[in-house]
Design a binder for this molecule. Structure first.
Ligand code: AMP
Length: 431
């Protein structure tokens, strides 16, 4: 099957050829014909599978098939995304794929001047890509009107719920015309997502490109057991010994991201941090510098990294495991994208055994453990509570997780896999 045989128009085919896409990815093969037919869609698709094009290409085709009054544009497609970066990337893809079509898109996100967005919208847009909060601000100010929306996309819906956008989403849904096409994309499926989907999708066609809550086989996943205080040194060691030139590193907190980026710089490894406390211009510059290879390491928190698309990113490191196991799937989805292989390393100290257990349970398999010579964990070290982690109160906007009591035990090892159930020094060994 080709883009041509699945029914895309000449203008789109030309733009795809310019962009070097030769054949559709599996999610595109499934989604494009269904969206073109006008079906609602519930898609379980991981990041990096080409899901943006799977909804944007048919949307561009549907909108361009109808006459556009260039002087009186109305928003006919609305894409809601959880983060500024993802919204910006979706908007970029509209420009890339729609370059031969007379359609206009605009992006509205928080953290940047609302006046310039309002000015841009005054010229009208056929497609609006937005984060929910800023969109509602603009609607309240009478700058955005949603009464002509024909297609709604909820991109990375699971993350939007994690970030506490559910009320905003419901408010936005209430502003849209009843008759419209709805497309929901999510990498993971919780009961909350199913509930949301049941509430507004009409006889949706299900697309599941990869098994739910699984990671792609293209990513080699390795756990490096290490003591908490030696993590930074191990990270520098891994980056240097692998001679990695482009590494995305995840920390749990913004402060931790800043500190780690500084420490890596002190080790002679150029690094920059990206997180929600940085201005949008600082975030954009950090990402651009990383993509262009001016800095080797981008240290990010989960929310900032969500939706980042860095083509052929070879190496992702969990400096700290995420508090929510599904975030592990999202994080390592930053590598192994669009058919390329990748490596995901997790530096795991004794405090994180329960988090690792939860991840392995979600993935339904144990992950390979490798101990690096010189970084062997000291068995006499006791687990400590994780700041801002599950040892504390549940985080804002995080749905309460089951089995909290157990997680609140500083030493949650008893129910998790044994951290000392690994072997080898310096080379791979599996448990
Ligand atoms: P996404 O899952 O939408 O974030 O896309 C992941 C990456 O795959 C992006 O860098 C896209 O540009 C790329 N991509 C999407 N579709 C294709 C395709 N058919 N062929 C090659 N690369 C693609």
């Amino acid at each position: 099957m080709t883009f041509e045989t699945i029914g895309l128009s000449g203008e789109l085919l030309k733009a795809l050829a310019d962009h070097g896409y030769t054949k559709p990815t599996p999610v595109q093969l499934q989604a494009i014909p269904l969206v073109l037919q006008g079906s609602d869609i519930l898609a379980g698709s991981q990041t990096g599978t080409g899901k943006t094009a799977s909804f944007m290409l048919p949307i561009l085709q549907i909108l361009s098939a109808k006459e556009t009054n260039q002087n009186k544009r109305a928003i006919r497609a609305l894409v809601l995304a959880p983060t500024r970066e993802l919204a910006a990337q979706v908007n970029e893809s509209v420009k890339t794929y729609g370059k031969y079509l007379p359609l206009r898109s605009s992006v509205v996100v928080g953290g940047v001047n609302i006046k310039s967005q309002a000015k841009d919208l005054r010229d009208g847009a056929d497609i609006l890509v937005a984060t929910p909060g800023r969109l509602l601000d603009l609607v309240t100010q009478g700058i955005v009107h949603l009464s002509q929306v024909e297609v709604l996309v909820l991109d990375e819906a699971d993350r939007m719920l994690d970030m506490g956008f559910i009320r905003d989403i419901r408010k936005i849904l209430a502003l849209l015309p009843k008759k419209r096409q709805n497309l929901l994309f999510s990498a993971t499926f919780s009961d909350e997502i199913k509930q949301l989907a049941d509430g507004f999708l009409k006889s949706p066609k299900m697309i599941e490109v990869t098994k739910r809550n699984t990671t792609t086989d293209l990513v080699t996943q390795v756990i490096y057991p290490v003591d908490r205080v030696k993590k930074r040194a191990l990270l520098s060691h891994l980056i240097s010994s692998k001679n990695s030139q482009q590494v995305l590193v995840f920390t749990r907190t913004k402060h931790g991201a800043n500190r780690l980026a500084q420490q890596l710089c002190d080790d002679g490894i150029s690094s920059v941090a990206i997180h929600g406390n940085k201005s949008q211009s600082a975030r954009t510059k950090a990402l651009a510098d990383f993509k262009q290879g001016f800095v080797r390491v981008l240290v990010a928190t989960d929310i900032a990294a969500r939706g980042l698309d860095i083509s052929q990113l070879p190496f992702v490191v969990n400096f700290e495991l995420p508090n929510v196991p599904e975030d592990y799937v999202h994080r390592i989805g930053r590598t192994g994208r669009a058919g390329c292989t990748g490596e995901a390393a997790s530096l795991v100290c004794i405090d994180e055994d329960k988090l690792l257990y939860d991840i392995e349970r979600l993935l339904k398999r144990g992950l390979e453990k490798v101990v690096i010579a010189g970084f062997e964990p000291d068995p006499s070290i006791k687990a400590e509570p994780i700041p801002n982690g599950r040892m504390q109160k549940p985080q804002r906007n995080r749905p309460p997780q089951g089995n909290q009591g157990n997680r609140n035990q500083p030493n949650g090892r008893s129910s998790g896999p044994s951290r000392f159930n690994f072997r080898t020094q310096g080379k791979s060994g599996s448990r």
